[in-house]
Design a protein around this ligand. Structure first.
Ligand code: ADP
Length: 192
């Protein structure tokens, strides 16, 4: 299996690039934000629980996220040749839990690819996305600011965690979608 984490702040382009990665490398996509929005849309208990955190741009509690990812891996592992994790892990406890989940299956994270995008560009992209995404957290200045703050305080340490394991690589995330994908692909090829 080839297991990769696509990392970066809100609005960095993880979703867009994930689609191209899945297409080329045939990996299974686990995007926790998408999974929460699906639960929300279906009105499940998990969706109701996550909603108040998501609405404010705060993180859903670790044990809830980890449980959801564990379930998703169990559902897909027999048919998967590897995973691309998108929007997860977002805290160091989530990263440690993911390592444990994978170890139990004799698997590991091959690497983390981080998209680096300046804060002004992030805000611009999120607001633009808010015009069509229907996401309330994309439409409110204070919520966008809070998501970026939460990223800096709670999520950035995850990059140090993987850097400490020699598994971290940073890519400049401004340019055309194909230019950025080209750089991501050459990093993934090194991990294979
Ligand atoms: P973005 O990265 O553009 O902010 P996501 O779709 O990845 O958007 O996430 C949307 C929201 O879902 C987050 O603001 C958070 O409330 C929740 N969420 C997603 N992934 C996680 C996670 N791994 N841990 C905690 N909360 C999460």
């Amino acid at each position: 299996m080839l297991n990769i984490i696509l990392f970066g702040p809100p609005g960095a382009g993880k979703g867009t690039q994930s689609e191209k990665i899945i297409d080329k490398y045939k990996l299974t996509h686990i995007a926790t934000g998408d999974l929460f929005r699906k639960h929300l849309g279906e009105g499940t208990d998990l969706g109701k629980l996550a909603q108040k955190y998501m609405d404010e741009g705060n993180l859903v509690p670790d044990e809830v996220v980890i449980g959801m990812v564990d379930e998703k891996i169990k559902e897909t592992q027999d048919s998967s040749s590897g995973y691309i994790f998108d929007g997860f892990p977002r805290t160091v406890p989530q990263a440690k839990a993911l390592d444990t989940l994978l170890e139990e299956k004799g698997e590991k994270i091959a690497g983390m690819i981080a998209l680096d995008v300046p804060e002004e560009e992030l805000k611009k992209r999120i607001k633009e996305r808010g015009k069509t995404s229907g996401r309330t957290d994309d439409q409110d200045e204070a919520k966008i600011e809070n998501r970026i703050k939460v990223y800096q305080e709670e999520t950035l340490p995850v990059a140090n965690y993987y850097d400490g394991e020699g598994k971290f690589v940073k890519i400049h995330g401004v340019g055309t979608i194909d230019e950025i994908f080209g750089k991501i692909s050459s990093e993934i090829d090194k991990l294979k």
